[in-house]
Design a protein around this ligand. Structure first.
Ligand code: SF4
Length: 553
């Protein structure tokens, strides 16, 4: 539905095998690129093979050219997009990589405008193909099966959104105040997931970020404009200017190193967007390094002279550039926490906070267990973009309320995961999808967009979500994944959480095996977490069986 009059549906997605996890990767992004792809008449681009020298792909409605990128190889994402705009004109939009993708940092991102397809290292996939950017030049155009009905439904959608309280709040704050909630309930991961709260968490509140806000930015045709722009006007980071940080990046550059210096988080966010890094894995890898330094497993001689002491934000800024360029200690951290811990040895793995190799986002699993079990079982590893447990975090009552400390909600985890999947058929933004118009209106709009009757049937859409999730699982099974990798990090299972002033002190994850048994049973999978022939056949996915030969036990 991208590029149409509907609101919040112009997202786009990158899928690949992840260099970070070896599992299925999907990473969603905003800005205008999705709409422009559609204007030019493209819905899917498949990139195969590798160019001999750096190239970029330029698409327009009648051409697809592979062009020389030697002039922009090595440039940051701002410079790259400026160069491509100048070369192809103002009706051009670009998704590109920065130095981190070129240097195959395992968690390199793809950047469009100032938004990122951040998770799973898809920027490194582009880098491995010598593909610096994909640019699209197009005039606005729509391709709808029934334009009249579609536009009428889009007007209904606008009306619903306009009157929705969640929308109004999101328009005002974006996610720049989510930490007010997560800190107060003790699930704001601090000191590499050892605490659930900063000691002075009031200093990173939404109100404090509000003081540095200088603008709003949004994705194509979305009235929320939830990207809040911040500018630093005093101190050592004067001049730092970023569309963000949003919640995850606020956390990534405060919690892991226990710093409440919000100017540093703005500078770090800008740097990651310029260099093309996923902020979550970057912040988490840096938090891991601080813990290793505290434990003496990394010494000053290992860190290029940097003193990684909690509360000090200057080393974090230096580490970001080192990671993107793979310089010194940055080369180790560019591999992500799972591989860095394996290189260090000596018990370092307790500080590697990941699932399947993907670092955890900003919600502590011991205080939000359905969210945690989503991380453990999600196809891509630990992601908040996927199966987000609004029940645990915001007290959402559907499909039923949860007790956030309980490990019994396998059905809710499945509901959240399949729900994320089917919304991404739009591709509808996860926020817009929560503003009261899914699924009834969503199905009708999909039908008007594509002319496929079945899409208006909610039950069918539920099956679409389940089918997507099972297909991703089949992909992972083919790659050797099973129950063994569906696990929360060791720290969550063996160390109690410390929440300081919040509820939840001493919480741990204690019933992972029971949870998985129930989850697999509800999914219709074997005890090893393998989709059965019966389940795949029911979903019309029997073609995937041959790739799972010998693994379908
Ligand atoms: S809510 Fe924010 S992220 Fe979602 S489409 Fe709108 S501007 Fe983009």
């Amino acid at each position: 539905m991208a590029g149409t009059t509907a609101q919040g549906v112009s997202r786009w997605m990158v899928c690949s095998k992840s260099p970070q996890t070896g599992a299925f990767a999907r990473s969603v992004c905003g800005a205008d690129f999705g709409a422009w792809l559609k204007f030019a008449g493209y819905e899917i681009i498949i990139v195969e093979g590798k160019a001999e020298n750096p190239v970029y792909l330029h698409l327009s409605d009648d051409k697809c050219n592979i062009l020389d990128a030697s002039e922009i190889w090595g440039k940051d994402t701002k410079e790259t997009q400026a160069w491509l705009n100048q070369s192809h004109g103002r009706n051009t939009r670009t998704a590109c990589i920065g130095p981190a993708g070129e240097n195959l940092v395992k968690y390199a991102a793809i950047v469009s405008d100032r938004r990122t397809a951040g998770r799973c290292g898809t920027g490194a996939v582009m880098g491995s193909k010598n593909l610096k950017a994909i640019s699209v030049t197009a005039q606005r155009k729509t391709y709808l099966a029934d334009t009249e009905v579609y536009n009428k439904l889009a007007k209904e959608q606008i009306e619903i959104i306009r009157n929705n309280g969640g929308f109004k709040n999101h328009k005002e704050w974006g996610t720049t105040n989510t930490q007010d909630i997560t800190s107060s309930i003790g699930i704001f991961p601090t000191r590499n997931f050892r605490y659930g709260q900063l000691t002075d968490y009031e200093n990173i509140s939404g109100d404090k970020y509000r003081l540095l806000r200088t603008g709003d930015m949004g994705c194509y045709s979305c009235p929320a404009r939830c990207g809040k722009v911040h500018t630093v006007t005093s101190g050592v980071y004067t001049g730092a200017h970023s569309e963000g940080p949003e919640y995850e990046s606020i956390w990534a550059f405060t919690g892991p190193i226990e710093s409440s210096y919000i100017e540093a988080s703005i500078a770090a966010d800008e740097l990651c967007d310029d260099l093309g890094l996923d902020t979550i894995s970057t912040g988490s890898s840096i938090g891991f390094a601080y813990e290793m330094y505290e434990k003496g497993l990394l010494k000053k001689s290992d860190t290029d002279g940097l003193e990684l002491i909690y509360g000090r934000h200057e080393p974090m800024i230096s580490l970001i550039t080192k990671i993107a360029r793979r310089e010194g200690i940055g080369d180790l951290l560019a591999e992500g926490t799972m591989r860095a811990a394996a290189s260090i040895g000596q018990g370092a793995s307790i500080g590697a906070i990941h699932v399947k190799g993907l670092e955890l986002p900003a919600y502590e699993p011991r205080g939000a267990k359905s969210q945690g079990y989503n991380y453990a079982t999600a196809s891509i590893g630990a992601s908040h973009c996927y199966g987000y447990a609004t029940q645990d975090i915001f007290g959402a009552p559907f499909p039923r309320p949860t007790d956030r400390f309980s490990e019994e909600y396998a059905d809710v985890v499945i509901f959240n995961q399949d729900g994320s999947a089917f919304k991404e058929t739009g591709i509808i933004c996860a926020f817009a999808g929560g503003w009261g118009w899914v699924p009834n209106l969503f199905g009708k709009m999909l039908k008007a967009a594509r002319g496929i009757e079945l899409l208006a049937d909610n039950k069918y859409l539920d099956k679409v979500g389940e089918r997507m999730f099972n297909l991703e699982r089949a992909f992972n099974v083919r790659e050797g994944f099973n129950r063994k990798q569906d696990t929360l990090p060791e720290r969550m299972r063996t160390e109690p959480l410390h929440t300081r002033r919040a509820k939840g002190e001493g919480q741990m994850v204690s019933h992972q095996d029971e949870f998985l048994d129930k989850y697999y049973q509800l999914r219709g999978w074997t005890k090893e977490g393998i989709p059965t022939e019966e389940k795949l056949t029911e979903l019309g996915l029997e073609f995937a069986l041959k790739d799972m030969t010998g693994k379908n036990k």
